[in-house]
Write a protein that binds this ligand. Sequence first.
Ligand SMILES: NCc1[nH]cc(CCC(=O)O)c1CC(=O)O
Ligand SMILES: [Mg+2]
Length: 373
Amino acid sequence: FTLLPPPSPLSLPLKSMQPDNTDFDFSPTSGPEPALIINNAAGVWVPQRTRPRRNRKSQAIRSMVKENLVTPANFIYPLFIHEENYCQDIESMPGCERHSLEHMLVEVEEAMRYGVKTFVLFPKVADELKTNYGVEAYNPNGIVPRAVSLIKSKFPEATVCTDVALDPYSDQGHDGVVEDGKILNDVTINQLCKQVICQARAGADVVAPSDMMDGRVGAIRDALDSEGFTDVSILAYTAKYASAYYGPFRDALDSHPGFGDKKTYQQDPSNGREALIEALLDEAEGADMLMVKPGMPYLDIIRRLKDNSNLPIAAYHVSGEYSMLKAAVEKGWLNEKDVVLETLTCFKRAGADIILTYYAKQAAKWMAEDGLY
Ligand SMILES: NCc1[nH]cc(CCC(=O)O)c1CC(=O)O
Ligand SMILES: [Mg+2]
């Protein structure tokens, strides 16, 4: 290369960048590029062939080279429902509420307008309906079957997912049937299969077992198939951790464990490889999609599942993660829109195809306003 004429004197901050030091290599690691400093008419020039900043120099180029783009089609929007005819704030989840069935339809319609087409329902069940066997979970006139058929009849193009687990219906506050302080695996599966058939009959498109009993995916697949529901999908909570981030959700459903914790069925947050065992099993048992939960602190698990399965991977951005962001936003410490859109994009980058988030409607609205997709 040819150098331009001699330098005009510039006041340079570093001694190593003074004109008499033009061949001084100040890079402690001596990378592949020469760190020769040339101070000429064009100013200071550090010769180097590769400048990653060129691919960031304009919005058009940044958009062109973007590796991951989240769209509202990736979202699943969770909705809390209850039997009351009013909506009720959830104190630990500002901006979320328990919807009346009537208002649930308004919320669905609004979200669909912004491109969110998939919903998952979580019922707050009255105490007097809660039992150890969670029999209300398969009451065909229960709140979930009614909610499912309401949504499907008003919005046939919406995808409705149902949560499969006994905890909203359990007087023990556990995801399974309790005996002598233990959560019974196979007895619980029997109950879950009844719950799933009830949800499928109401019109559920996707059932999402969140209970973490061993073998429930295969049993649920068989139960669905034997009843003719071969088209109902299973979104398995494959790697669901025993997490403190579920606190606000349990407030929302009034479903805190009545005793102990959920560590005998949900995974230990210390463990990563165990998630791969769970993934292999769920895949072999007929799961259509695999979910990791929680999301933000478990991005490594999302990536490991993505690299080890060809099924779509979902991330659950759980209640505690939502509430943390909300709290910081309310204090004025974080910019809500920026931090939320960044967070959701990071799920995609980590390997999530699907993102279950309480921010789904709001994020889709921001994306639409900004023409982000
Ligand atoms: N089957 C229970 C269930 N399904 C979804 C969540 C948590 C979701 C959230 O925190 O947003 C939980 C809580 C739990 O396992 O105790
Ligand atoms: Mg499992």
